[in-house]
Design a protein around this ligand. Sequence first.
Ligand SMILES: C[S@@+](CC[C@H](N)C(=O)[O-])C[C@H]1O[C@@H](n2cnc3c(N)ncnc32)[C@H](O)[C@@H]1O
Length: 280
Amino acid sequence: MDARATNAYWGRDGLDRTILDALRAAGRNVDALTVDELAPADHFHSGGKSATLRLARLAALRPGFSVLDVGGGLGGPARTLATEFGCRVTVVDLTESYVRAGAALTARLGLGDRVTHRVGDALALDVGADPFDVVWSQNSGMNIPEKERLYAGFARVLRPGGLLALQEPMAGPVQPVVFPVMWARDAGSSFLRAPGEMRRVIEAAGFTVRAWDDVTAEAVGPSTGGDGPAYSVQRIVMGPALDAIVQAGRRNRAEERIVMIQAVLERRADASAPPPRTSG
Ligand SMILES: C[S@@+](CC[C@H](N)C(=O)[O-])C[C@H]1O[C@@H](n2cnc3c(N)ncnc32)[C@H](O)[C@@H]1O
């Protein structure tokens, strides 16, 4: 998916307002909002905030770490890493309305000194000269077929010994995937690979596996048949279309068509330069 298709699929105008209205309707005081109250509406992945906490603990994130959250969406994970682990987080996302809404939510929670949001493509990371301690990627690579280039790009922006913390839906042992899923109406924009193949691709990009966990059983969400409150980000973004996603998700989970992996990988010192970008 190119930038235009990505924005057309994921983008929604005024999302921060819509989220605040939905939270207000659910009885929350949006003038004194906490990261926890916001979590169902800004963690856009299976397993919600608890999956983010699990991955952060798996990676042993520490205060002061600089984190690049690639495809970081509305910034729920980023704000959690800032408030609960003391990290400084740069969120990059290709969907402009998410970057605008994410920045507004970060400002509302008074976290602008620790979390920043910018528009950018995971396949062409342009994030300055200072290497990051951690690249964080949570349910953000599903629309990207060029996995080799994606992970080589992650290695390029990490310091040697830096970590890739990954949560990603992958192709299960039974195929094909049943559509629609959260990230695609049909197979034309869904690019999942099997865990073994993903592991080989990421290792070849210059990483060593530190942890590789199948969390399908615990990271429940609409893509695996779960549902959430009316103010869940999935309901707010997808609207009535979420019902068919949840229905397909039940099959994808029960029939092992989609599995959810959490992994932590260390960038090797000898990681080579990524292949050049070949097309727009
Ligand atoms: C399911 S959301 C996950 C958002 C966030 N990681 C989270 O867990 O809350 C998928 C995100 O991937 C982003 N995305 C898809 N393709 C991208 C690309 N090539 N570069 C940057 N972001 C991308 C979308 O804009 C969307 O915000």
